[in-house]
Design a binder for this molecule. Structure first.
Ligand code: ADP
Length: 484
């Protein structure tokens, strides 16, 4: 089957979070299942500069609703045989900063146009309106940035074109001023509750949820959670209404997250030989200028620094944690006030706390490999990849029981021996104290060498590959494909 995988980021060309990882690994897994899958990305500078042998597919001429012009180009996704289409439109995508934010950290004011245009081009590819030999059978869209693809298709008389919309995080909805309805070529009459409108805004995600053939999200528990008012962000009614078309499919992790070959690590290790992990731990501490003291556990955190990720819980227990014999290594970026708090805390504990603010792929791998416990107290978590990376790297995670964290981490059995299936430490109440207690359980197990080895190895032996998810998506595409 021919699948167009439309996305706003894909590692290593561009990544701000889990969507970037998924958009690289899932298409690859689908290809292994025999699908003809092609990725569509915007032409950000980081994308175009990493591609070789770029070929023009066609010119994108202005239309009556989009004055923008550009080119659709193609290349191979680096390091793979996956075809990649790129929408080149320098006025929209040739900018500094992240794909979504200015260098000062504000949303680009024309994000509706930038991602509306991406979705418009994807819809043109699906409808066969571009002079290109390849036409997809299915379009797979991801989050609000490409959620308008099924909406454009429906408004252009192609409501039956099979589409899958995956929600990677319902908290980001792409809600814009109603002015954008007409500016993106939709009739003003479509601005109502059953189409584009969501509490007075034009919501890309809501409109996509109305029109997509099927909706998926990235873990079974999150699929249930978003149908309730707690985590539905006002969309729970629509999602419950579409319940029979909604499915939670657990993400996997890509083959590059393998501690026995990871080129970003200073030493390698595997479930049968963990010696390299100690070398990674010591190299990490040297790199971050923490004392290399034996038998002191290192706790790691790699995350967006946001309320969603529960960083406020960590801030609340920071003093208590710093009284324990441990070292804490933090890598993240995000909320300015959280960054400030951590920046100020670091010099108070020079031997115990390392804070790196920013986005650093190599350091993220080194922290996940070199830590003993990995902290992930997310308030909610659609799937979460970092906890799976941590388990694969022999670093038991401490997680809040929510979404994909609940689906992937087997909580330590506090009353029994660690020879069960435990892979980490799970806390239920979203309170600093519950988080602290779970960390304390981790610290106490760390002292118990046999239990600790078992816990680590349980995580490392788990199959977090994309193979099962690839098979489920393939079956889903088959179900919705139009008869040829
Ligand atoms: P989300 O997509 O909500 O941010 P996930 O756990 O699904 O959370 O994926 C986050 C991804 O981004 C992981 O690969 C994680 O290692 C990475 N990451 C998060 N923050 C940073 C950072 N500051 N530097 C490097 N990688 C980061």
């Amino acid at each position: 089957m021919k699948i167009l995988f439309a996305t706003s980021e894909a590692y290593p060309l561009v990544k701000t979070g889990g969507l970037g990882d998924v958009s690289r690994a899932l298409p690859q897994a689908l290809k292994q299942h025999g699908e003809d899958v092609r990725i569509l990305l915007p032409g950000y500078p980081s994308v175009l500069s990493q591609l070789s042998e770029i070929k023009e597919v066609c010119v994108l001429s202005p239309t009556h609703s989009f004055q923008e012009s550009g080119r659709l180009v193609e290349a191979l996704f680096p390091g793979s045989d996956l075809p990649l289409y790129v929408v080149e439109s320098p006025g929209l995508y040739d900018r500094p900063g992240t794909p979504y934010l200015t260098p000062e950290g504000h949303d680009w004011p024309d994000n509706a146009l930038r991602f509306g245009y991406l979705s418009h081009v994807a819809a043109l590819i699906c409808s066969g309106h571009l002079p290109m030999p390849w036409k997809p059978d299915i379009v797979h869209c991801n989050d609000w940035q490409t959620a308008l693809v099924p909406v454009f298709l429906a408004h252009r008389g192609l409501a039956r074109f099979p589409s899958v919309l995956t929600i990677h995080n319902l908290a980001f909805q792409g809600n814009f001023s109603p002015d954008w309805v007409q500016k993106l070529g939709f009739p003003t009459s479509s601005f109502h509750m059953e189409d584009l409108e969501f509490y007075g805004h034009f919501s890309f995600l809501k409109a996509g949820l109305v029109h997509a053939t099927r909706v998926t999200t990235v873990s079974p528990t999150y699929a249930r959670e978003i149908c309730s008012s707690d985590l539905g962000y006002g969309l729970q009614g629509l999602l419950s209404h579409r319940e029979k078309d909604l499915m939670g499919i657990l993400n996997g992790i890509g083959p590059e997250w393998n501690p026995s070959v990871d080129p970003l690590l200073q030493a390698h290790f595997s479930v049968s030989d963990l010696r390299g992990k100690t070398r990674c731990k010591n190299a990490l501490r040297k790199q971050l200028q923490l004392p290399v003291t034996p038998n002191v556990p290192v706790l790691g955190l790699v995350s967006r620094l946001t309320h969603q990720k529960g960083i406020d819980l960590l801030v609340d227990i920071l003093d208590e944690l710093m009284n324990e014999p441990l070292q804490l290594v933090i890598l993240g970026s995000g909320d300015a006030s959280m960054e400030q708090t951590l920046r100020e805390a670091q010099p108070l504990f020079p031997e115990k706390l390392s804070v790196t603010l920013g986005f650093d792929e190599a350091l993220s791998h080194r922290i996940i490999a070199g830590s003993d416990l990995f902290l992930m107290p997310s308030r909610f978590e659609p799937c979460g990849l970092a906890q799976m990376y941590a388990m694969a790297y022999g670093t038991p995670p401490v997680v809040h029981k929510t979404g994909g964290l609940a689906d992937t981490v087997e909580g330590f059995d506090f009353n029994g021996p660690a020879k069960n299936q435990s892979t980490g430490f799970v806390f239920e109440d979203l309170t600093p104290q519950a988080f602290m207690n779970a960390i304390r359980s981790g610290l106490s197990q760390f002292q118990n060498k046999n239990a600790w080895q078992t816990l680590r190895k349980n995580g490392m032996k788990k199959d977090f590959s994309w193979t099962p998810a690839g098979a489920i998506y393939t079956a889903l595409y088959k179900e919705i494909a139009l008869p040829s």
